[in-house]
Design a protein around this ligand. Structure first.
Ligand code: UDP
Ligand code: MG
Length: 206
């Protein structure tokens, strides 16, 4: 009520002779307050969900053999994404046939499975705004011959059969692949709170 009266006084000050304008503006005021507030809340809700988007990225056996794991992790960290899951394993044929189930009819399928079981892989879950699409851009074209310089495949590989890295290609694909490679308990929820770190430093300095 106080807000309404205050608003009325302000409007009277700016539009002294125009009672109608004042009235129509005044009737919209509580609605604007209500829906403006709700819109802001919805915006912050959806943007915080957006920040938690997750994707699966894997360094394939050739990337591990060529000691590229560190450089690939560094690119994702530097870009600003958050690592929430990481493991190294020798993937089984069963796991890979599930992972690549959509490619079963492709002529390269069996050689792909041989390649992917030829040595350990490093599998990661990265989190952040638009991480699925951005990581696909960072990884580059499936065929390294067509991948742009600056992408992982464009910088580190020359042939489609040894393209160093995997990244999920859609929201559904990412969810399916994360569930396939990780148990929920192996994924961490942690805050990148740099303020907290500097406060802690200050306290310990005292
Ligand atoms: N692949 C291949 N030959 C091809 C196409 C794909 O050996 O002609 C392999 C390659 O390792 C690729 C993987 O199959 O990364 C999965 O193919 P997809 O089309 O899903 O490409 P990606 O999503 O990895 O870019
Ligand atoms: Mg794919």
């Amino acid at each position: 009520m106080l807000q309404r009266r205050l608003f009325h006084t302000i409007l009277q000050h700016f539009y002294p002779g125009n009672q109608e304008t004042t009235k129509s503006l005044l009737s919209g005021f509580p609605l604007a307050l209500r829906y403006g507030h709700r819109a802001a809340w919805n915006r912050s809700k959806s943007s915080s969900q957006d920040l938690r988007e997750r994707t699966l990225v894997a360094v394939k056996p050739d990337g591990v053999q060529r000691r590229l794991v560190g450089q690939i992790i560094q690119r994702f960290e530097q870009r600003g994404f958050k690592l929430v899951g990481l493991k190294m394993l020798q993937a089984s044929e069963d796991l890979l046939s599930e992972h690549y189930c959509e490619l079963k009819m492709k002529p390269f399928y069996h050689s792909l499975l041989r390649y992917m079981t030829s040595g350990p892989v490093v599998v990661m879950v990265w989190e952040g705004h638009n991480v699925i699409q951005t990581s696909r851009t960072m990884v580059g074209h499936t065929n390294p011959a067509e991948a742009q310089s600056g992408t992982v495949r464009g910088d580190f590989s020359i042939h489609v059969s040894r393209n160093v890295v995997h990244a999920s290609d859609s929201v559904e694909g990412a969810q399916k692949e994360i569930q396939l490679w990780f148990k929920e308990k192996d994924l961490l929820y942690w805050d990148c709170d740099q303020t907290k770190t500097s406060d802690q430093t200050k306290t310990s300095d005292v």
